[in-house]
Design a protein around this ligand. Structure first.
Ligand SMILES: Cc1ncc(COP(=O)(O)O)c(C=O)c1O
Length: 456
């Protein structure tokens, strides 16, 4: 088969502009006597559509790219697999298991006395609630703007979620928190730092103290975030972090609960699955008397939510590079933030001034757009390689309307309005700086399609 290449300098063609391409066999009069045929290609082009559309920028990398595992993590994981010692309690008497080492590393980084490795952050939140004393039927306050895993953990603890509205910058609305504390009578709170947006923790601590509310912190997205120079998670009784792939630590699945409290740490250790005297294998643990005193009251349930040595091996070298990566993320974010804030109908909300953020993602609010225009914007971006998500979209697991496993709140209209226009976008570490320029250009051009159509 012959390939015919046609160079058209004046216009750029894209598939949708080409109406038809036909081959016709014609013979010129001069060639009538010849047996040779000339083939003419007839190209029919639709010039009514905007040919410039073909010049649109496209991002050719996925914004869902997870961070690769460092070489040191891979070789340690292979070593462990070769030894078969994947269970955290399978170790020589005189060596530390990999999970204990990892707990020491993460506790040191976050400045906690104790860390307990688990199979996920959802498990950590669940066990943290059990440890502080949440009972079946209790009401537990939490953010209406978060991920489904958080209310699911509350339901797992057989408790009832009470949802609190958020502000434009996605943090807890303190007036609504106080209102709901009073109206529900709840004595527990799970503060979720969704997408690393840390609420006013000093004010929340004071409010909770006033009303006798005890709380834990979901730091799944706030690892590395500082509040006035202190790691997030230190206001509540227990901090829970995640090592699921799209977080700052990537082990596919994994999490930790961190605390400074002896009793809570001992309970968490035993709940995860340190049965009999296995708590002695934890490098970070309170005195044996604490465990034995708790066991004398009641042998705690073993919920089997331990972390494996393999997971810990993968996580450990990533902890060493958190600060380096945070600086890199934040520098890139500032540029993306400025570019997006320059665009019409887009605003990137500011975080509280007490925060040292970790910007591995960016969220921005759309304004003065109809739902149809929002849809066009999303479709245009996706068609050009940038798959943005609206938190309030019909099937989004961060839209509280989809949390039908328990009572869906009807008093969170503020959150509903915000998540209906709030856009979520990852800023993958694996991207080069230029990829973010391309990403912003795609977003800009997608918004231009919307604004041009509106002014036409
Ligand atoms: C805000 C938030 N909290 C908690 C979790 C639960 O984390 P994991 O997947 O480790 O259970 C997630 C999961 O993405 C989350 O987004």
């Amino acid at each position: 088969m012959n390939t015919l290449r046609i160079q058209l300098d004046a216009v750029q063609l894209k598939h949708s502009n080409i109406r038809s391409l036909q081959a016709k066999h014609v013979k010129s009069p001069a060639m009538r006597r010849s047996t040779q045929k000339t083939t003419t290609m007839v190209l029919s082009v639709d010039t009514t559509t905007d040919l410039k559309a073909a010049q649109r920028t496209t991002l050719n990398k996925s914004i869902k790219l997870a961070d690769p595992i460092p070489e040191a993590g891979i070789s340690r994981a292979v070593e462990l697999m070769e030894s078969g010692r994947l269970f955290r309690f399978d170790r020589d008497a005189d060596t530390l298991d990999e999970v204990s080492r990892c707990e020491v590393d993460i506790a040191k980084y976050m400045d906690f006395s104790y860390a307990v490795g688990m199979n996920s952050c959802g498990s950590a939140i669940y066990l943290a609630m059990k440890a502080i004393g949440v009972q079946p039927g209790d009401k537990v306050l939490s953010n209406a703007f978060t991920f489904t895993a958080v209310p699911s953990a509350i339901v797992h603890a057989e408790a009832e979620p009470v949802y609190v509205d958020c502000e434009d910058n996605y943090i807890l609305d303190l007036e609504d928190l106080e209102r709901k504390i009073k109206s529900s009578g709840a004595k527990w709170l799970v503060v979720s730092h969704m997408r690393g947006k840390v609420s006013d923790m000093d004010a929340i601590t004071e409010l909770c103290a006033q009303h006798g509310v005890r709380f834990i912190e979901d730091c799944a997205h706030s690892l590395g975030v500082m509040w006035n120079g202190t790691h997030s998670g230190h206001h509540g009784e227990i901090a829970c972090i995640s090592a699921q792939s799209y977080k700052l630590l990537n082990s596919g699945e994994g999490g930790f609960a961190l605390s400074d409290d002896d009793d809570l740490a001992a309970k968490l250790i035993m709940y995860t699955g340190a049965y009999e005297k296995l708590y002695k294998n934890h490098a970070l643990r309170p005195a044996d008397e604490v465990f034995e005193r708790l066991k004398a009251e009641m042998i705690p349930p073993n919920y089997s939510m331990r972390m494996t040595n393999l997971t810990a091996a993968i996580i450990r070298p990533q902890i060493e590079t958190i600060e380096y990566r945070v600086n890199r993320y934040n520098t890139r974010y500032e540029k993306v933030e400025a570019l997006l804030n320059d665009l019409p109908h887009i605003t990137v909300p500011k975080q509280l001034e007490q925060i040292r953020p970790v910007c591995d993602t960016i969220q921005f609010n759309l304004y003065d757009l109809t739902p149809e225009q929002v849809e066009t914007f999303l479709q245009e971006s996706a068609a050009h390689g940038v798959k943005l998500e609206i938190f309030g979209a019909a099937e989004n697991a961060r839209n509280f309307r989809n949390w039908t496993f328990s009572k869906v709140p009807e008093d969170c209209s503020k959150t509903e309005a915000i998540i209906g226009m709030a856009v979520d976008c990852r800023l993958p570490a694996a991207f080069d700086d230029e990829d973010f320029d391309v990403m912003c250009q795609v977003i800009k051009e997608s918004m231009e399609v919307v604004t041009k159509a509106a002014s036409a």
